[in-house]
Design a protein around this ligand. Structure first.
Ligand code: GLC
Length: 423
């Protein structure tokens, strides 16, 4: 079973070695490429998600950097190859052919034959590009990254940024956290993937998925914590790729995130919904700014002490739950029928790459190693599943989920004696 760190051949190995071996096999099994070399990427799951997803690809590239850096570069170059002339890179790229007929209505495309969605996903490209370059420097790759990211960041600023530099989203799936309870209140029956969600997509399709037009029409929109954390990380990445001024932008975005999205009463970050109202549901996205090097230390310490490690909130046995256990909306297992509602409690592999570097930066090495140790034990036991129950540890969703291989990076960051390079 290529997806499983817990496969039969791996039994008897120590869990870390088992995870290494399983992650490398999983990345290789999920890889696909064009015969003419135009694209090559890791399918998040060959059956469930055969297309190229932006933040999944960023995670896979960082994982590939530990196994085969040339593949890591190809993965990100494929995203670059999907960049539109105006700079946009879609949430999902359909290299293998257009969206299936039965899916076209629900997808964020204007025409069925569009090569990618018109929507965004957390813009982690700068983070991933810098991380891959740092592990295996390649000047051509660096230069290409600076060009691609320059155009992408310019598009995001033009189309999505408010006066404070923070980006807006026009659908909850743009946050990467499709059915997060954070947006239950403003969306109601139009929440992902309820029937009304199709109407939200339909209305945005008519506006050609223009955020500015959605805002002008008084439609749903939000300033999301995770998207803006990724935005600041992408600027940091650009700075590490050698672009002057990018570090200042990263610091400005970080300061705006703290100013606008931090709740000093609760000690956690909340998104702002239509009308600028804070949406006070404690989800893991509220902890994601831990990833930011410029986060004030006292804010980081509260995120960790009062939330991440709190046993009644996010400090559950199989971390990191996507919703705080003390929220009424928290569900540790699968929820939603006939279509699952994601990110309402289970732990997903996209989360720890934001939190582990933050713990290390705060000097919480023991907590960082403990978190990674639990993830390793979980993957060794259950394989690389799409998400898992934070209480029982049971693996759920897709069975060969490649973004989980990013655990290789977290193992390297927390390995004893290794200097942590974070951000
Ligand atoms: C689900 C997740 C999203 C991810 C996609 C592909 O839709 O919510 O974050 O990118 O699957 O794995």
């Amino acid at each position: 079973m290529p997806g499983g760190a817990g496969d039969d051949e791996g039994r008897g190995m120590d869990p870390e070695a088992q995870v290494h071996r399983g992650a490398a096999a999983l990345l290789a099994a999920n890889w696909c490429e064009a015969a003419d070399g135009r694209w090559g990427y890791t399918r998040p799951d060959p059956f469930k998600y055969p297309d190229q997803f932006l933040w999944d690809s960023c995670m896979c590239a960082v994982a590939w950097a530990h196994v085969d850096p040339a593949r890591a570069r190809r993965e990100l170059r494929s995203l670059a190859a999907a960049q539109r002339p105006d700079g946009h890179i879609g949430h999902t790229v359909f290299w293998r052919g257009p969206v299936r007929w039965n899916r076209a209505l629900a997808y964020n495309v204007v025409r069925r034959r569009d090569p990618a969605t018109w929507t965004i996903q957390p813009p982690l490209l700068g983070w991933a590009w810098a991380r891959v370059h740092e592990r295996a420097p390649d000047e051509g790759f660096r230069v290409r990254g600076v060009r691609v990211l320059g155009r992408l960041h310019a598009w995001l600023e033009r189309e999505r940024a408010g006066p404070d530099g923070l980006l807006g989203i026009l659908q909850p799936d743009e946050s990467g956290l499709d059915a997060t309870p954070a947006y239950d209140r403003p969306l109601g029956w139009r929440a992902h993937p309820r029937p009304g969600f199709l109407l939200l997509v339909q209305a945005n399709r008519r506006r050609r998925f223009s955020y500015r037009r959605a805002v002008a029409a008084g439609a749903f929109h939000a300033v999301d914590v995770l998207v803006n954390t990724a935005w600041a990380l992408s600027w940091h990445g650009l700075a590490r790729l050698g672009v002057t001024g990018a570090e200042d932008r990263a610091r400005e975005v970080t300061a705006a995130i703290v100013r606008r999205l931090y709740d000093p009463d609760r000690g956690i970050f909340f998104p702002r919904g239509p009308g600028g109202r804070p949406l006070r549901v404690a989800t893991w996205a509220g902890l994601a700014p831990l990833a930011l090097p410029g986060l004030p230390e006292e804010v980081g310490r509260r995120l960790v002490g009062e939330h991440l490690l709190h046993p009644g909130r996010f400090g559950l046995p199989w971390p990191v739950p996507s919703v705080s256990a003390d929220e009424p909306s928290f569900r540790p297992g699968d929820t939603g029928w006939p279509i699952r509602r994601y990110w309402r409690g289970p732990s997903w592999p996209f989360t720890p790459p934001f939190l582990v570097p933050g713990l290390l930066r705060l000097g919480e090495h023991g907590a960082a190693r403990d978190l990674v140790g639990r993830l390793v034990a979980q993957a060794a036991r259950e394989g690389f599943r799409e998400y898992h129950d934070p209480v029982s540890g049971r693996g759920l969703g897709g069975r060969a989920f490649a973004p989980g291989a990013v655990l290789l990076d977290l193992m390297a960051l927390t390995a004893p004696g290794r200097p942590a390079r974070s951000g």
